[in-house]
Unconditional design. Structure first.
Length: 758
């Protein structure tokens, strides 16, 4: 493919976005959201709700359809993109546990004390399901809503009526369970494409941030913080994408997407290595004139990856997908003249700094690797390159997350300091107090609405609780106004069911994107659902009482967030130890890639995934701690140092890995092998000072691909013997491991409360 000239660097004035730029960016954002798997999944939920509710309404009338609608609603919550073979077990616990809870609340409705006991016990049980992480979250709210919407139904007078309503609830849940499994099969190909496209777009944003770090006046600390946040977002996207994209890659289309995911992981490694030697280059006058061109290559590659991801979202044919330009030759054209080959290597292992021009050419090579991988991604998407994934086709089960509901995660949270247990106790107390308060209010309180507000606002940490508190109040106000406007038109039951389904689908779609929108649509659907359960299609609606209930529930959720708190500073030492252990295991396996006996890189890939994920968990916990009271906030400097050193150590080891896998022929292995062994020993000695070595993570929990990465063409700018570069990277990695250990030791100390004497 012919090379493409590098566009001239933007001037400072041209970097200011114009009105047209801002409008284009907003339009692009809207289009990506509209075409995302979130919205596709939400529309699928909407259609299922409409079909099932109208079907039951035509056969059982309004009362039966209202109860069935609750069953459909709670079963739809765990309906998110997932592997086809795990979807049934992912959704089944919601109706299995929700149906008896719905009927139990109906049974004790008239006994104030028993109802309070059931609500408290049910809340504790539901929140403890958070022990299973992402899988447990939707189930938690399925159980909570089963109880609360059962409270919204009119009281029943006999056991036969309870069984009848429970039967309609179970029927709606069963029908939607079938719907969710079927639509997962029908939409599987679309979900694979959408999930991978979102990862490509997230990676493109990382490249743009990386490009900003090349500016001479850049703020390295703020850009590093943004980079870590973006890496955490990408890690979260990759977790879901691996599960779906790597399941049964047996057809050409699936294999192509799986190979693209592999290429994206390799490109991420090369991006990570772009931080190496950047500080030195920014201080060297001879290289600053070239850095804007390197910056522009990153921006151009990011722009082309964004275009590739949008083409995938739009469902364009492989022939209509544009190739990504080869910028390597153009990149070589903007570099200073090639220095003497002897200057392209860094010299002795422990002395001096390599020539800046050598570092500049080495940096250009790493950026060239990113462009190579981007080209390969587009070639795979277009069908111009054949994927090599034989191991994945036969062993894909190793790469998908487990589907069984093991008891171990729950047992791990049954200790007094466990955050999930404290969250469950806190939520139970808040619901209990909210229930008692609702019994003594001067207006005709809707107890279920106060309790619903409490459970949707309160989260396991204060940062998310504060965010949801504000969004909940604003969304309820807007949702109440929409309900009033709708009921004023005297709509029929079918119209109400249609609006409820649309509201639930949109709330489902935006749950992980924009919680304010979720609150608006969930309020609309929830109020209408409760309204028809209680009074049918009558147009009466007490907006003032609903707003008062919402404000009261939000206030209780906020106040009880300070009861039995699990402040981030109590969790951070464990996250630091996890991250340090992951760095230790990754270093050990990355440096072992040079050994002749190393026939598979699967253990290293698993360790790499854990290194990224543990660093992301530490980054997110540190960010959440900023919303906590200053008296309990941890000292940020050691935590920021741990994140920075972990990131830099990963970068050094990524560069070593690239040399071992991509440039082995240019290494003197007689010199490199003992150096790798000694570096592994020193790094293990440094990091093991506060972290005991463990076995690598289990393959089933960390989906990855076995196989060699895409091999780009050799770069003529580099010297024939790259052994000195390897030795330099090993020295810097050892030094970085020492600094990481020191920062980790400080971060795990019990820090004095902010504002008090040490």
């Amino acid at each position: 493919m012919p090379s493409t000239p590098i566009p001239p660097p933007f001037s400072r004035a041209s970097q200011r976005p114009t009105l047209a730029d801002r409008l284009f960016a907003r339009g692009d954002r809207f289009l990506r959201i509209a075409l995302s798997h979130y919205v596709t999944n939400g529309l699928s939920v909407t259609l299922g709700l409409v079909v099932i509710m109208l079907l039951v309404f035509e056969s059982a009338g309004l009362a039966g359809a209202s109860s069935a609608a609750v069953g459909v609603m709670i079963t739809s919550l765990p309906d998110v993109p997932a592997p086809r073979r795990r979807k049934f077990m992912q959704m089944l616990p919601a109706p299995l546990l929700g149906t008896p809870l719905f009927m139990l609340v109906q049974l004790v409705r008239e006994d104030v004390l028993l109802l309070g006991v059931v609500l408290a016990a049910g809340t504790f049980l539901a929140v403890m399901l958070m022990a299973w992480g992402k899988r447990g979250g939707p189930l938690t709210f399925s159980l909570l809503f089963s109880m609360l919407f059962s409270m919204a139904a009119p009281p029943v007078g006999s056991l036969e009526q309870i069984l009848e309503h429970g039967g309609w609830f179970a029927l709606g849940a069963a029908l939607y369970l079938v719907w969710g499994v079927l639509t997962t099969h029908w939409l599987n190909t679309r979900f694979r494409t959408q999930l991978l496209a979102e990862c490509l777009h997230s990676f493109a944003q990382i490249l743009r941030t990386q490009a900003q770090r090349f500016a001479p006046n850049a703020d390295p600390q703020s850009l590093l913080a943004r980079m870590l946040e973006q890496q955490a977002t990408l890690a979260d996207h990759l977790q879901n994408t691996r599960d779906v994209v790597l399941e049964s890659p047996t057809t050409p289309a699936r294999t192509r997407l799986a190979a693209m995911l592999l290429g994206l992981l390799e490109a991420r490694d090369h991006q990570l290595a772009c931080d190496l030697d950047l500080d030195t280059l920014l201080k060297h006058e001879g290289s600053t004139a070239t850095l804007p061109a390197l910056q522009q290559v990153l921006n151009t590659t990011a722009q082309q990856l964004e275009a590739l991801s949008l083409s995938m979202l739009l469902g364009r044919s492989i022939q209509a997908i544009a190739p990504i330009a080869d910028l390597r030759t153009a990149l070589a054209g903007v570099l200073p003249p090639r220095p003497d080959p002897a200057m392209l290597v860094p010299g002795p292992l422990t002395t001096g700094t390599p020539d800046a021009m050598a570092l500049l050419h080495n940096m250009a090579d790493r950026i060239g690797h990113i462009n190579d991988e981007a080209m390969h991604l587009a070639a795979l998407a277009r069908g111009d390159a054949a994927p090599e994934l034989a191991a994945v086709r036969t062993q894909w089960q190793l790469f998908v997350s487990p589907t069984r509901w093991a008891i171990a995660p729950l047992l791990g949270q049954l200790t007094w300091r466990a955050p999930t247990l404290r969250y469950a106790l806190r939520a139970t107390l808040a619901v209990g107090v909210g229930y008692i308060v609702s019994l003594h209010l001067p207006w005709a309180a809707h107890k279920y609405w106060i309790l619903t507000t409490i459970v949707v606002v309160m989260r396991g940490n204060l940062a998310q609780t504060l965010q949801r508190r504000d969004a909940r109040v604003a969304g309820t106000v807007l949702g109440c106004l929409l309900v009033m406007a709708l009921l004023a038109t005297h709509p029929g039951a079918r119209t109400l069911f249609l609006v409820i389904a649309l509201g639930m689908g949109l709330a489902h779609a935006f749950a992980l994107r924009r919680y304010l929108y979720t609150t608006i649509f969930a309020t609309l659907a929830g109020l209408l659902q409760a309204h028809i359960l209680l009074v049918g299609a009558a147009p009466t609606f007490a907006v003032g009482e609903r707003l008062a209930d919402t404000l009261l529930g939000a206030a209780l959720a906020w106040l009880f967030s300070y009861v039995l708190p699990a402040w981030e500073r109590s969790q951070l030492p464990g996250l630091v130890r996890r991250s340090q252990q992951a760095q230790l295991q990754h270093a050990k396996l990355a440096l072992a890639l040079g050994e002749p006996a190393q026939t598979s890189d699967l253990p290293w890939r698993l360790a790499r995934r854990e290194a990224y994920d543990s660093l992301s968990a530490l980054t997110l916990a540190t960010q959440r701690s900023l919303a906590e009271p200053s008296e309990v906030r941890p000292a940020l400097a050691p935590l920021e140092a741990v994140q920075a050193r972990s990131y830099q150590l990963l970068a050094q080891l990524t560069a070593v890995k690239s040399l071992l896998l991509l440039r082995r022929a240019q290494l003197d292995m007689a010199v490199a092998t003992p150096a790798l062994q000694e570096a592994a020993r020193q790094i293990a000695q440094e990091l093991a000072a506060t972290a005991a070595p463990k076995d690598p993570p289990a393959p089933s929990d960390a989906p990855t691909i076995v196989g060699q990465p895409f091999l780009p063409k050799p770069d003529p700018l580099l010297a024939d013997d790259l052994t000195p570069w390897l030795l330099r990277r090993l020295t810097l990695a050892t030094s970085m491991a020492r600094e990481l250990q020191q920062a980790s030791a400080l971060a795990q100390l019990r820090q004095p409360a902010a504002g008090t004497a040490a």
